[in-house]
Design a protein around this ligand. Sequence first.
Ligand code: RIB
Length: 306
Amino acid sequence: MPIAVFGSINIDLTAYGTRLPRPGETLHGSRYALGLGGKGCNQAVAAARLGIETTLVGRIGRDEFGAKALGELRTLGVPTSGIYEDPESDTGIAVIGVDAEAQNCITVIGGANMAIDGSDVHRAAATFAVADILLLQMEIPLQAALMAADHTRQTGGRVILDPAPAPSEGYAPGVLARIDVITPNETETELLTGLKPTNPEEAAEAACKLRAQGVAAAVVKLGAAGVYFQDAESGGFIAPFKVDSIDSVAAGDCFNGGLATALAEGKPLGDAVRFAAACGALSTTKRGASASAPTREEVDRLLARG
Ligand code: RIB
């Protein structure tokens, strides 16, 4: 099976306004939306929307938001058999603000996502073992994520880690050697390397530091400034695609869903990163998280335009 995703499933409450509120401030917004989110869920939807077989493994609560998440996933054509309904936890939620420049800020209440443990890995061991690519993020406990990574790598699959949100103390020695590709943004790169890259040269230096921690490939996302990638054989910079952005929520998730899809289809790292960058850029042209994932046709059109 090409892609497995082990990660969070949330319901997002998103408020849109001219700007984000400051501490202590109340602002009038223009609209709100209640939709499917969670970094794991968004990455699974992004890959599935590109037409590749994708399985999502995660947890929700037995509550109204859990039922909504399952319903939306079924509508989007993502199989839900890998999702455990936890009677003791609430479904994860995220409270999100988006401003007129498409920037966002997010508070996540993990709920069932943070109750994930070795029993979930055991339950889905066969899924992880047959995955060509396993996508991980940091909205579930790290130990469970690494156990799943071991299953995938033992059978020859590759593991991509989106270190979001990144641990403020970085990773313990040996953690990055248990994955194959890491895809931090600028802030996460700074937490993991001490360097906050603003251009390709600084990103290259940070990528070297990440690879020195044991990961084979580093893909450093510079937001609207592009993406730098590096592995043992190649390195390079992908300039940003020009699009009309209205909402940047889940752009990184659509990037990772696209990266996993392209790598599973056999593209070399540089081509896969360009494909992923197009997916991320297109997601900013639509509102919402999972709902913003682009189709294969939209990605091909943007890639052809250059
Ligand atoms: O990356 C965007 C996601 O982060 C949102 O969907 C929200 O649920 C949080 O997990």
